[in-house]
Write a protein that binds this ligand. Structure first.
Ligand SMILES: *Cc1c(COP(=O)(O)O)cnc(C)c1O
Length: 362
């Protein structure tokens, strides 16, 4: 086996090697059927078992909270930006959003196309380098839901705690930090995530929702965009992204083996600490632009003292086998995405490389 890259890609992102190897082992002949899982009917017993396994594993990792249903959809988290208000923002209601950065902003723009949308808090004034303070947010009785982006993948910020919205459903775009730490699903009416950061390959989008929010969608929405279509058909109304769902199930098995969310959170915090410590102890050579209290443990953004030096960093890191450390084109700088599947060893190697780079260029 060739050396694996130190993969810090933002998405699609690293998958656990064990999962890739398991998938490889059963790629051609799945569970002794003489077929790959991509070649069989999604109505057959074999696929349906995988599909249902993935759902029950996900719910169990989230604490088996009663009354929630998992949907396996397509179109990415970006489709959820529209599907959510189409289903939940009815006439006379207002959708409330927290604008915490690039992804929240996209969600807001889509909601505005559908209905009355209100930004109740924003950190735009400080270039989204923190999660907005929500302590003074008042939600009116007409509020359909409050939408938050639990982790801003591009800026590198993350909620440390979620607001208590009482009877108003809290909605979370958790695309870049789902299953990375413990949280109380009960606080949320609905969460969603494109799989390609923390759950598996691209091609499937996971929605986890309180059943009463998704069992009765407005009739004037196209069939495929109605939550209740997928709810009442166990996400098998049409052909699901079978291979992606299978991979998600394998990733979930791997998460269980890491000790579930509690185990994975411990590892993730250690990984993040290693890199943030390197930044903070560099005497200003590296700089973390995000406010300390809003730092993400999934996407670590950092800067050097000049763009020239940043380009040099990328160049040398690539020569050493590091992948994906360039910041998003919209914000520049550097970013290490250290999702669940990025091993501690990769983070250690990055921290060592950063120290070495400082010695030779500081
Ligand atoms: C990547 C990402 C998205 C977009 O996901 P797609 O599946 O590509 O549509 C949305 N929100 C967040 C927070 C993301 O990180």
């Amino acid at each position: 086996m060739n050396k694996r890259a130190y993969n810090f890609n933002a998405g699609p992102a690293a998958l656990p090697l064990q999962v890739l190897e398991r998938a490889q082992a059963e790629f051609v002949d799945f569970r002794s059927t003489g077929m790959s899982i991509m070649e069989m009917s999604h109505r057959g017993k074999v696929y349906e078992e995988v599909h249902n396994e993935a759902e029950s594993r996900l719910l169990s990792l989230l604490g088996n909270v009663k009354g929630y249903k998992v949907l396996f959809l397509q179109g990415g988290a970006s489709t959820q930006f529209a599907m959510l208000p189409m289903n939940l923002l009815s006439e006379g209601k207002v959708a409330s959003y927290v604008n915490s950065g690039s992804w929240a902003d996209k969600a807001i723009k889509e909601a505005k196309l559908i209905g009355k949308t209100n930004v109740v808090a924003s950190s735009e004034a400080n270039k989204f380098m923190s999660i907005p303070d929500l302590s003074n947010v008042q939600l009116s009785d007409e509020t359909a839901y409050l939408h938050v982006t639990s982790n801003e993948t591009i800026e590198g910020t993350q909620y440390q705690q979620f607001p208590d919205t009482g009877n108003i459903p809290l909605i979370g775009d958790m695309s870049s930090d789902i299953l990375s730490r413990q949280f109380d699903l009960n606080q949320f009416g609905l969460i969603y995530a494109g799989a390609q950061k923390n759950l598996g390959p691209s091609g499937v989008t996971v929605v986890i929702a309180r059943e009463e929010l998704i069992n009765d969608s407005p009739k004037n929405i196209p069939t495929m965009l109605r939550y209740n279509t997928h709810f009442s058909n166990n996400s098998l109304y049409n052909t699901p992204p079978a291979f992606s769902v299978y991979m998600v199930n394998e990733v979930l098995k791997w998460v269980e083996e890491q000790g579930g969310l509690e185990g994975i959170e411990k590892i993730n915090r250690k990984k993040a600490e290693l890199i943030y410590d390197t930044i903070d102890n560099s005497g200003g050579f590296y700089r973390g632009p995000v406010e300390v209290g809003s730092r993400s443990i999934m996407n670590i953004t950092f800067r050097l003292t000049s763009e020239e030096l940043e380009n040099q960093f990328i160049k040398e890191s690539e020569q050493e086998g590091f992948v994906g450390l360039k910041g998003h084109r919209s914000v520049g700088g550097l970013r290490a995405s250290i999702y669940n599947a990025v091993p501690y060893e990769s983070c250690k190697a990055l921290a060592d490389f950063m120290s070495h780079f400082q010695k030779t260029h500081g």
